[in-house]
Write a protein that binds this ligand. Sequence first.
Ligand SMILES: *Cc1c(COP(=O)(O)O)cnc(C)c1O
Length: 372
Amino acid sequence: MIPYARQYVDEDDINAVVEALKSDYLTTGPRIKQFEEAFATYVGAKYAVAVSNGTAALHAACFAIDIKEGDEVITTPITFAASANCVLYMGGTPVFADIDQKTGNISPTSIREKITAKTKAIIPVHYTGQPCDMDEIKKIAEEYNLIVIEDAAHALGATYKGASIGGISHMTTFSFHPVKHITTGEGGMITTNDAQLYQKLMQFRTHGITRDVTELINKDQPDFYYEQQSLGYNYRITDVQAALGLSQLNKIDLFIKRRKEIAKMYDEGFLNVAGIKTPFIATGYDSSWHLYVIQILNKSRNEVYHYLKQQGISVNVHHIPVYKHPYYKNMGCLPLENSENLYEKIISIPMYYGLKNEEVQYVIEKVKEALR
Ligand SMILES: *Cc1c(COP(=O)(O)O)cnc(C)c1O
């Protein structure tokens, strides 16, 4: 089977992990800080906080801006459920805006329609790796005094009008699940340029506890003293994972270059093929190609999906609109037109660093065959 996504782990990664295992620190050690610093530099942010997974990163971001009962947060339904679950964890209400038909990203026009007096934040998701319309989103946020948390789980290495994703908004979150651009097994990161948010994120990661004397509420304490100032979680990443993350980050340019090559091969392979729509990338938007999503226009998506599976291609569908999940439906979330239209047509075909040219050609042939 050719999977739709796969991690790439080489000897350097293995050696880095072995070295960490032989060191004094398995959990919080020096590699976490090194990973955070290298990551912050790469995305052009002042601060980065590594956590146990991308969902924890979203949860921490919602905590840092104090989302609570009565607060509404606008996000897209064309995402993984975590982009909305993080709002629920804090007692807030996720509100779904519809997508732009061309890009599949959240539509600024629809965001405007969903704003109420209770709206506190927007969580745009850079679907498949193509950035959202950040200028418009920023404009709306400024107009209504809203906070922007970018869910960039798909978009490590993407740029928007020349600016790296990760340094643009109040906070940006990433995931290091094996299907994403770099992996730590499980892992996540939040980036920010705001010192106060950074401090809150750091506390939240470790039970709401601080040891920093400058932060203590009870002053003049002995050495061993630490204090819990808020209700945090154990969302720490391990030094072993950070070792892998650092080593993976060294290869990010190669990873993205290859993903772009594959995207180009697919674009060319499907050029002038009837019944299929390839991804639309707007000018000035540089995708880092987490996914390559095709739309099946005049055949049943499910038939094409099953055919490709039978041919040994493990295709997938990203994403089932979040409001369709029974949990969300029971909360009263309703379908949105553009999201429904997109969902009916989409298939994610294989896209990962280790995918070979012959495999790309095989996928192109089999997709064409399925359309006949
Ligand atoms: C993968 C992903 C997440 C969650 O990341 P985990 O590390 O699996 O918790 C959140 N949002 C989006 C859009 C994702 O693709």
